[in-house]
Design a protein around this ligand. Sequence first.
Ligand SMILES: [Cu+2]
Length: 136
Amino acid sequence: MIKKIIIILPIIIIFVVVIALAASYSSIETNSEEPELIVNADVIMPTKVSRPGCEEIDRCYIPSVIVIDSGQKVTWLNEDSAFHSVTSGFYGDPTDLFDSGHLDPFESYSLDFNETGTFDYFCTLHPWMKGQVIVE
Ligand SMILES: [Cu+2]
């Protein structure tokens, strides 16, 4: 009788552990299926742009040049795991027209453009990141 219990008990314990692991795994699965951020971004800061190189393929801000009509809004979304900014002007020569400050990963920043013109912007943390909003 005791021998039987000694054999059966570990089997029951393993069975319970497997069920518990399966339950926790399936709940993780369910969570990952929930919709992620729903932000209608016009310009994306993609992953890995905190290292130089994106400027060579014009992909630091995507698109790096956006053309809109006067009165339209532009929304930037930081899809990188590093901080970035959307700051008017050029690195070392900001124009003080707009500045998002440091955007956290998956944080967005929106701005209305009511005047026509070409608005250069850059990232205060990564001098190679440059973009342009052209308002017609
Ligand atoms: Cu940056």
